[in-house]
Design a protein around this ligand. Structure first.
Ligand code: ATP
Length: 224
């Protein structure tokens, strides 16, 4: 992010379902970096998730949309659902970039996902395609999630208005590692609670809670 172009954050995930941990991260990042826009991008066929049965892509898209319907600046893009084949992030970045000429794209990625990025499709091209922001894991230093295959140079303790540090990726793009307060919520824990008939109030936005209830999602046994 050089501060000259329009800045857009993209936040991809399975969002099965979208929860308040995701939402809080999006809000913290937008506020901390003064980003006017953030796109949530539900993944159609995530190449990295174990092949457990997932809610239909349309349901995951609808839940993410319901979650942010009244939140200014956050919207949902269905571009990975419209595309054939696996949801490769490189194609997504290129598509967002083509649709927003001149914009600086910031790719939000969980530390768990970043730790495995060297296994991703054309990861070197991806790392050179935009800046990245690694969402932290509680109590774990950012460097612990840096893959050994990738040379990442610390650049200093500057992470815009967020506490944390920033690094350079091979090719010169920036990797921001903000020390954000992470909510201990996962989609898996939500699915598990629904399956057991427990309440998920406060863990997901109200629109997501209603959608899960109305559509009877996550009631069956989870495998994988
Ligand atoms: P699951 O429990 O099914 O593995 P998840 O809760 O990790 O799912 P994803 O849709 O895989 O949800 O998450 C998208 C991204 O958001 C991932 O990069 C993940 O690391 C990150 N993420 C998930 N939950 C949180 C959270 N509570 N705080 C910060 N980041 C999160």
């Amino acid at each position: 992010m050089d501060g000259t172009g329009r800045r857009i954050a993209i936040f991809g995930g399975t969002f099965d379902p979208f929860h308040n941990g995701h939402l809080r991260m999006a809000v913290e990042v937008m506020e901390g970096l003064s980003l006017p826009e953030l796109f949530l991008i539900p993944s159609a066929r995530p190449p990295h998730k174990p092949s457990r049965p997932m809610a239909a892509a349309e349901d995951r898209l609808a839940m993410a949309s319901a979650a942010v319907a009244e939140i200014e600046g956050i919207s949902v893009l269905d571009l990975e659902l419209r595309r054939e084949g696996p949801s490769y992030s490189l194609l997504t970045v290129r598509e967002v970039s083509d649709g927003n000429p001149g914009a600086d794209i910031l790719f939000l990625i969980g530390a768990d996902a970043f730790a495995e990025i060297a296994t991703w499709h054309r990861y070197r091209d991806l790392l050179a395609a935009c800046d990245f922001l690694m969402l932290p894991r509680p109590g774990i230093a950012p460097e612990a999630s840096f893959p050994p295959e990738i040379r990442i140079e610390p650049e200093g303790d500057r992470c815009y208005n967020l506490p944390g540090c920033s690094c350079r990726l091979p090719g010169g793009r920036r990797l921001l590692c903000p020390a954000l307060p992470v909510l201990d919520i996962s989609s898996r824990s939500i699915r598990e609670k629904v399956r057991r008939g427990r309440s998920i109030r406060g863990l997901v936005p109200p629109g997501v809670e209603r959608y899960i209830e109305d559509h009877g999602l996550y009631r069956g046994e989870e495998r994988g």
